[in-house]
Design a protein. Structure first.
Length: 135
């Protein structure tokens, strides 16, 4: 995490291309009420992280799901995300929230890196696909 937080500084580089991610988390029926504060902190930390182009997070009460759409400038932005957001994410898990899925579209040359990095979030479903792979 120290290296990730350090990349918020002068050594930051954009990636080969922006990475678009959709991810959702399920709020268990027995989740502790403080999960919402941890989610708010997680979102705030994401928005403040260098390299985040767009951060759109929402809670859907009807489905008990946290729905997130993020666009990051590249691998350094993800390192910032991990360093800045992981503590609140861990508290969300401890309060009864589970990572459902992560779907990411990235530069083909970086797909393996993104699959490894996003695998750390322990989603039940993980899809990393290369941008423009259907052309």
């Amino acid at each position: 995490a120290d290296a990730a937080i350090a990349s918020d500084g002068d050594g930051f580089k954009d990636g080969a291309s922006p990475v678009s991610m959709f991810y959702s988390l399920k709020v268990n029926d027995d989740a502790k009420p403080e999960w919402k504060q941890h989610f708010a902190t997680y979102t705030s930390e994401a928005k403040a992280s260098k390299g985040h182009i767009n951060v759109s997070h929402s809670y859907n009460e009807a489905t008990k799901e946290v729905v997130c759409l993020d666009v990051l400038a590249g691998k350094d932005a993800m390192s910032n995300h991990i360093g800045n957001c992981f503590p609140a994410y861990a508290r969300m898990l401890g309060a009864g929230v589970v990572m459902n899925e992560i779907v990411a579209v990235c530069d083909p040359a970086e797909a393996e890196w993104w699959a490894t990095s996003l695998g750390a979030w322990q989603a039940e479903r993980l899809v990393v696909t290369a941008a423009d792979n259907c052309l």
